[in-house]
Design a binder for this molecule. Structure first.
Ligand SMILES: [Zn+2]
Length: 263
């Protein structure tokens, strides 16, 4: 599913449309529109508006206009495209087929057309989304903010990282890669991490997200292609283990990802 990395790449694709004016909106599938008002009201509210900027908090893409802000969520299978090109060819989530019937929303502007394709319609578009409940974005989260997110929690550290109210943008693949790089077992109670481990985790959240952006996808981590039966830790060759942690399929290395703080 799209994580912070994919949504940031979508944002960069949409950014060249800033300065253009929305000439028409085609809500192909009204189920894609959330919040108050109908699909027709959504289209009316942004038609004729100028796009003034793009933004992203976690997995939420924001397109500001001189009227309402357009919020786009991509759920499990959503893809954003501009001018017929979705730009992301190697996604691990969603069907590789590009069925035109899966396009749910088209926004035509004076400098190009933006569309969202979403086979399962778990994504959505909403005007002026409420962002107050989102935690700090994983690209900019501070050490203090991460420490506050884990402090006192009995939840597995992985579940805490996946909780968008605590840290915005981390999904299943990023979480496994971060914890593998930080040498912390995913099922550890978050509150059991030592101060040293929390600082190490913070460094790896920031650096892993930056690295995956450079690599071009959440699925392009150093351990991701070993998340399969028979997969081994790329560092020490130990067979990876699988479990469900935080409701998600989780892979980790039992040799170097520590189950407890060093005494
Ligand atoms: Zn290992």
């Amino acid at each position: 599913m799209p994580e912070l990395v994919e949504v940031e790449l979508y944002r960069r694709m949409a950014a060249p449309l800033v300065g253009a004016t929305v000439s028409s909106v085609d809500v192909v599938d009204p189920r894609f529109i959330r919040g108050a008002g109908s699909a027709a009201a959504f289209a009316k509210a942004i038609t004729g508006r100028a796009l003034t900027g793009t933004d992203r908090i976690g997995k939420l893409l924001l397109m500001h206009t001189d009227g309402p802000t357009i919020g786009l969520r991509f759920g499990m299978t959503g893809v954003l495209g501009v001018d017929g090109d979705d730009g992301l060819d190697e996604l691990v989530y969603g069907p590789s087929r590009r069925d035109p019937a899966w396009v749910r929303l088209r926004i035509v502007t004076t400098s190009g057309e933006l569309f969202v394709r979403d086979p399962r319609i778990l994504g959505s578009a909403i005007l002026d989304p409420d962002t107050a409940a989102l935690g700090p974005d994983a690209t900019t989260i501070t050490a203090g903010q991460l420490a506050a997110a884990v402090r006192g929690s009995r939840s597995p550290i992985k579940a805490r990282l996946l909780d968008q109210h605590r840290v915005a943008g981390v999904g299943n693949l990023i979480a496994d890669e971060v914890l593998w790089r930080a040498s912390i077992a995913p099922q550890r109670p978050a509150g059991s991490l030592s101060a040293v481990e929390v600082r190490r985790l913070h460094r790896h959240v920031r650096s892993t997200v930056a690295d995956l952006l450079d690599r071009g996808g959440s699925h392009l981590g150093r351990m991701t292609d070993q998340r399969k039966p028979g997969g081994c830790c790329p560092t020490d060759g130990t067979p990876l283990q699988r479990a469900t942690v935080g409701g998600r399929t989780t892979w980790w290395c039992p040799a170097h990802q520590r189950q407890g703080a060093r005494r």
